[in-house]
Design a protein around this ligand. Structure first.
Ligand SMILES: NC(=O)c1ccc[n+]([C@@H]2O[C@H](COP(=O)([O-])OP(=O)(O)OC[C@H]3O[C@@H](n4cnc5c(N)ncnc54)[C@H](OP(=O)(O)O)[C@@H]3O)[C@@H](O)[C@H]2O)c1
Length: 283
């Protein structure tokens, strides 16, 4: 089914989103603060709007992808939103999403928030994912159109849920990057070839460790942190060893130290017999 869709914001991501919608045969009206960015999309069949209000007037679905929530709110300020579905795919905080959802509802619109788990080059291709939350009715109505941009996944009626899960996934990513950077500093300090270490040792090891995490999630959900793998005392000694080895090697363990602090806190409560999953209780 071909839909009428407005896309507000034609940065790198907004342009990729609009292109994927056009490629899927939707009728797309585009607006951007700097009008020149609309040119290539118009050449591909998009309609150019001079103002956000003009873009929204002709389209029941409004996709917003701007720098941040303050700019999204400013762009929607003078727009008639009654009867519209606003899908805001701008990255932000859960509180900002809830606030904007209320603001849109006060103007008679329905609101969906979205967290884009992809870079622009992945949009419209397998592997791209967008998390949605807010109005389930709006999600169901436009799920097929959303699928042109990326796999759409509805995560709940709280508009803040998609941005929260987006931030949680980024948190996992930053943790992995922190581990990689510390490992890289240690390995290069010993002049071992980092490329070989990364592809033949580290990546297979990280994949094996990641495969254990669903079982950890079950433990955290049940509150039972008993372990048959390695308890906190063993990990505490392991972390001491790591930090000491880093210093002897002339490398700063700064990205590891916060984790050591939490392990030490938990062990000081006499919970050294538990597994690492219990650290969530400290956080
Ligand atoms: N790029 C990625 O890999 C990626 C991945 C996931 C999520 N995202 C999210 O997608 C959103 C857009 O990112 P992007 O990569 O497209 O950024 P970008 O290329 O820097 O584009 C920013 C967009 O916001 C507009 N803008 C900024 N301030 C504005 C204001 N005060 N009023 C009106 N428009 C304003 C810009 O307009 P002008 O063209 O006039 O400057 C442009 O359309 C961000 O929230 C980002 O976190 C991006």
């Amino acid at each position: 089914m071909s839909e009428n869709i407005a896309v507000l914001g034609l940065g790198l991501m907004g342009t990729a989103l609009a292109e994927s919608l056009l490629a899927a045969g939707h009728r797309v009206t585009v607006w951007n603060r700097s009008p020149a960015k609309a040119g290539p999309l118009v050449a591909k069949g998009a309609t150019r709007a001079d103002t956000p209000a003009q873009a929204v007037a002709a389209n029941p679905l409004v996709i917003v992808c701007l720098l941040d929530y303050p700019s999204s709110r400013a762009v929607l300020e003078d727009v008639e939103l009654a009867g519209k579905v606003v899908a805001n795919l701008t990255t932000g905080r859960p509180a900002e999403a809830r606030e904007l959802a209320t603001w849109v509802a006060e103007r008679g619109g329905e609101y969906l928030d979205g967290g884009i788990m992809a870079v622009p080059q992945m949009i419209g291709r397998p592997g791209a994912l967008i998390l949605y939350s807010g109005s389930e009715r709006s999600f169901d109505r436009y799920e097929q159109a959303f699928a042109a941009m990326a796999e759409p996944r509805f995560t709940g009626a709280d508009p803040g849920m998609a941005p929260l899960l987006d931030l949680a996934m980024l948190t996992g990513m930053y943790g992995q990057i922190a581990g990689f950077l510390e490992a890289a500093a240690l390995v290069t300090s010993a002049k071992y070839p980092l490329g070989e270490f990364t592809s033949s040792l580290l990546v297979p090891w990280l994949n094996a460790m990641a495969a254990l995490q669903p079982a950890w999630a079950e433990k955290i959900e049940s509150g039972d942190h008993a372990t048959e793998v390695s308890n906190l005392e063993v990990n505490r000694a392991g972390m001491e060893n790591l930090v000491r080895a880093f210093r002897e090697q002339g490398v700063k363990p700064d990205l590891l130290l916060p984790m050591k602090t939490v392990i030490d806190q938990r062990a000081a409560r006499g919970l050294g017999h538990e597994g690492l999953s219990g650290l969530v209780e400290e956080l």
